[in-house]
Design a protein around this ligand. Structure first.
Ligand code: GRF
Length: 203
């Protein structure tokens, strides 16, 4: 079986990337291979994780005052060069334009809430968990979805609920959502989408 080529876009620590790498090692991701980890931040620890596991890396920074199209063209060039057939946003902190999304193979994203709650422009990082605590929800979670032109608005692939506990801070809640939902859900969603891509390829 020809493996589906996966590129992962990151900006930070890369614990979700690590979950993907671990899932590949343990066989939970069977039909995919990682061909590129691309970061918009040269200091992102995710790049180290990729290098330690023999995955090619690239850094594309958006310079001050540079048009978004220039940045996106550079990202697109790297993606094309890698041959990626599936793009995974794993803590990639930039909103992508409609033109970019249309020029790409399928893109999926992990968001740390149960969409449609606490999502869309401005809801990223700890802010998502702060908002969940401010609202007082008793259950939150994570969502993996396809990326379209609406931030966090594409078709949902998988979701997993996580309890909010008495005394939670944004940090404790973020950690629990990662451990109980994100790190499990993202590899599962990748394997699921690879199945869809390979089915289409064989039709
Ligand atoms: C995760 O919470 C993810 O849901 C969000 O950004 C964070 C990335 O963390 N989109 P990491 O870089 O994977 O550790």
């Amino acid at each position: 079986m020809v493996k589906t080529k996966i590129a992962v876009l990151v900006s930070g620590g890369g614990t979700n990337l690590q979950a993907l790498i671990d899932a590949k090692k343990s066989g939970k991701i069977r039909d995919g291979e990682f061909v590129l980890v691309l970061s918009d931040k040269p200091e992102a620890y995710a790049l180290t994780r990729a290098k330690e596991n023999g995955i090619p890396t690239a850094v594309v920074q958006r310079k001050k005052g540079e048009a978004r199209e220039i940045f996106e063209q550079a990202v697109l060039a790297e993606l094309r060069e890698s041959g990626a057939e599936l793009i995974v946003l794993a803590g990639f902190m930039r909103i992508l334009s409609e033109d970019f999304i249309k020029a790409c193979p399928p893109i999926i994203n992990i968001h740390p809430s149960l969409i449609p709650a606490f999502c869309g422009a401005g809801f990223y990082g700890l802010r998502v968990h702060e908002a969940a605590l401010e609202y007082g929800v008793k259950v939150t979670g994570a969502t993996v979805h396809f990326v379209n032109e609406i931030p966090d608005g594409g078709k949902i692939i998988l979701q997993k609920a996580v309890d909010v506990l008495e005394g939670d801070t944004p940090q404790t809640l973020q950690r629990r959502v990662m451990e109980e939902a994100e790190w499990k859900l993202l590899p599962e969603a990748v394997e699921k989408v690879i199945g869809i891509i390979q089915k289409e390829r064989n039709e």
